[in-house]
Design a protein around this ligand. Structure first.
Ligand code: ADP
Ligand code: MG
Length: 330
């Protein structure tokens, strides 16, 4: 499934709203190794671009904190000290890790930030010629386990208890950054906007026209056609999909998302979109539901208030959680 954004305006659009005029200003850029698009509703174009640059600084600040490529980040420091000693971190990173742990608990380890210590026995760049052996797969997940992260709330320390363990925020960081950019802009009285991190997106207010922000759910059988439009009001959506990265053995399609509990790539789902108040939860739960599979994943989502899901399975069938109502008249 692809998520289409209903953004029917050029770069800057002026709309009269009551007495005041507002413009929508939109900018696309690469941040956190991914394509971001930031749209703000502002009094004028100059203010809009200033707001966007403030959001960009916020996202860059978060990237600095969570990136494992940057050897000086707090995250790298935690990883370097795995099996050695606890590392004192900022309140912010501590809290993010704590929330990630909660998601691991409710998803029974389907989402796990220690995923980062997995040996790359699966390659999704076309270079793989045979399946890894059972032993290689077993070994690849030896260091994984969210239970092995020791958190000390008083000292604000994080300790990865085994050497070789690593944490990474690949499946939650984009969402978190989108949430924080939105929070910052809201605190600066920006009346509406949309932060889109390659399909993981969050909104507030309305478009300059006063219309709701909408996302289109693509028809899985005819990807160019929108199956239904869903409003995203003061909330977020994130999608995990395997249409880009996968490997095929004996006719089976293995996706780039690997179950951290078994070491095997997940099967059965093409894409998952999660709808919730914040993008961080959407981002993480999209990965978790992907790993859990269609039935267990939707079952879990149906038990969490304020969280909804749309799943496209490998037979191109669309499934949804109980709170999603499609509007198919369009
Ligand atoms: P996308 O790249 O499509 O946005 P995700 O948001 O699902 O996909 O994030 C995928 C990334 O998350 C992977 O590249 C990997 O770094 C990390 N990851 C993969 N599986 C898991 C998992 N089960 N738990 C936590 N992180 C994961
Ligand atoms: Mg994700």
């Amino acid at each position: 499934m692809r998520i289409y954004l209903a953004l029917f305006f050029s770069l800057v659009l002026t709309v009269a709203s009551g007495q005041k005029k507002y413009v929508s200003v939109k900018k696309a850029m690469k941040l956190m190794g991914t394509a971001f698009e930031i749209t703000v509703v502002a009094q004028n174009e100059d203010i809009g671009y200033i707001n966007i640059s403030e959001a960009v600084s916020e996202i860059e600040r978060i990237e600095k904190m969570i990136s494992s490529w940057n050897p000086d980040s707090e995250t790298s420091l935690i990883n370097k000290n795995a099996g050695i000693k606890p590392v004192k971190v900022s309140h912010e990173l501590y809290a993010l890790i704590e929330r990630a742990q909660k998601i691991s608990e409710i998803t029974d380890g389907a989402f796990d930030i220690t995923y980062a210590s997995m040996d790359r026995v699966w390659k999704f760049d076309g270079s793989m010629e045979k399946m890894p052996t059972e032993l290689e797969i077993q070994k690849s997940i030896e260091k994984i386990g969210y239970q092995k992260i020791r958190l000390d709330a008083d000292a604000k320390t994080v300790f990865l208890t085994e050497k070789g363990m690593k944490i990474g925020f690949g499946a939650i960081g984009k969402g978190y950054a989108a949430d924080k950019a939105k929070e910052l802009l809201m605190s600066k009285q920006v009346k509406g906007g949309l932060i889109n991190a390659s399909g993981d997106l969050t909104t507030w207010g309305t478009k300059a026209t006063g219309e709701k922000w909408m996302v289109g759910i693509a028809n899985p059988l005819s990807k160019e056609k929108v199956f239904s439009w869903l409003p995203i009001i003061e909330s977020a959506v994130a999608t995990s999909g395997n249409y880009e990265k996968f490997v095929k053995f004996k006719g089976q399609k293995y996706s780039h998302i690997i179950d951290p509990r078994t070491g095997y790539p997940t099967k059965g789902i093409q894409s998952v979109s999660i709808f919730a108040k914040n993008a961080e939860l959407c981002d993480a739960m999209a990965t978790a539901v992907f790993v859990m599979g269609r039935d267990s994943g939707l079952h879990l989502i149906n038990q969490i208030g304020g969280v909804e899901a749309v799943v496209v399975d490998s037979d191109n069938k669309l499934h949804k959680s109980s709170g999603i109502v499609f509007d198919n008249n369009q």
